[in-house]
Design a protein around this ligand. Structure first.
Ligand SMILES: [Zn+2]
Length: 377
């Protein structure tokens, strides 16, 4: 593999929105970027080449799931996660922290790390910053996330402050444990809930440690869009302007547009793939439920402007039939469409930012959604 370093280049800004590219030895990531989620070494219902065909430059993998099954050591013996899942482009892995925290009563937190029981078989495991770095190295991840702790919101200020400071100690330990790995990146994660001064303190600690990129963490955990945007009005600018900024676990299309508008470069979410499997489609005219009776005789495509196989080759009536019948092709087509919609959205935003017409583009985006779905046949 060529020894190309990890680097971030900004090509244009429009307001606070930015477009550019991250270069890695495994290829370029155009920003703003949406990362489909490949939880268990697969983006469910999709072949890796199909995910690539939608325009995705990078996938996200989950440390928590992969460490339990099939285990990081097994993936390493089989040549790493890229080889294992047949995706040769960049992969970002989360640290496992967020999912372990979501286990509730199944986990026990101390200053050194977290002990938890597997949701699969109840076996006992432990994650520390050092172990999370080791697992993400065994997986062969291109972008590694610091191990952190994230309280669910609402939480009181003392709890959020203590949690943030623990995460910053863990960020320093993650940096030390990551070591010197040319071509690979370690991202720090800002915490601090909805408190601007705690976010500033967190950003300062992360900047003093120094990372190849920075995530805004601790959002999309139940605070609502308005509170999230309030934080995004200041949080990205507390982080270095010359490094990628990643908003973790977001979101719906209008969340993504609002985040890009506020200076975010990378996002991930299970929503397009998960929704596809339950019959929900994201379109330029908003969300539609293909299982709804209004589509049963409709010969038109899901989205007239979409070039994906589901829209080019199949009617709403067919998608309605296979989705209601729970045929596997229903999940495949609906997932493909949703991932295509998300990648088209990112491509549209990149072009609008590059041409300094983001504001007009955003107005049209909201207007078409407000107009709603096409009239029933
Ligand atoms: Zn489509």
């Amino acid at each position: 593999m060529p020894a190309q370093p990890f680097a971030f280049r900004l090509d244009a800004t429009d307001g606070r929105a930015r477009t550019g590219a991250i270069s890695t030895p495994r290829g370029q990531i155009r920003t703003p970027a949406f990362m489909p989620v490949g939880t268990a070494a697969t983006v469910k219902a999709m072949l890796p080449e199909s995910v690539r065909a939608t325009g995705a430059d990078i996938l996200l993998g989950n440390t928590y799931h992969l460490m339990l099954r099939p285990t990081a050591e097994r993936i390493d013996r089989l040549g790493g996660l890229h080889r294992f899942m047949n995706w040769d482009r960049p992969i970002l892995t989360d640290s496992g922290g967020f999912q372990v925290m979501s286990l509730g009563a199944l986990r026990k937190l101390d200053a050194d790390g977290v002990t938890f029981k597997s949701h699969i078989d109840g076996s006992k495991h432990r994650l520390t910053p050092e172990r999370s770095m080791e697992i993400q190295r065994l997986l062969g991840s291109d972008i590694v996330m610091c191990f952190d702790e994230c309280p669910a919101l609402p939480a009181d200020r003392d709890r959020i402050a203590a949690s943030m400071r623990l995460s910053m100690d863990w960020a320093a330990r993650s940096r030390d444990a990551f070591g010197d790995r040319p071509g690979h990146a370690l991202f720090g994660i800002q915490q601090g809930g909805l408190e601007e001064d705690l976010r500033a303190e967190s950003a300062e600690r992360l900047r003093s440690i120094g990372f190849e990129g920075y995530a805004v963490g601790g959002l999309a955990v139940g605070e609502g869009q308005e509170a999230m945007f309030d934080v995004l009005d200041y949080a990205p600018e507390q982080l270095p302007a010359d490094k990628p900024r990643y908003l973790m676990g977001v979101g719906k299309p209008d969340d993504i547009v609002g985040a890009v508008k506020r200076g975010i470069d990378m996002m991930d979410c299970v929503l397009p793939s998960r929704s596809g499997r339950t019959g929900q489609a994201f379109t330029r005219r908003g969300v539609i439920n293909i299982r709804n009776a209004r589509h049963v005789d409709d010969p038109r495509p899901l989205d007239e402007e979409c070039g994906c196989p589901a829209c080019r080759g199949y009617s709403r009536a067919y998608l309605h039939h296979v989705s209601r019948s729970k045929e596997i092709i229903g999940s495949m087509l609906m997932t493909w469409h949703n991932l295509q919609y998300y990648q088209d959205l990112m491509a549209d935003m990149r072009a609008a930012i590059a041409e300094e017409r983001f504001e007009v583009w955003e107005r049209d985006f909201h207007a078409l959604r407000a107009a709603g779905d096409v009239e029933p046949v």
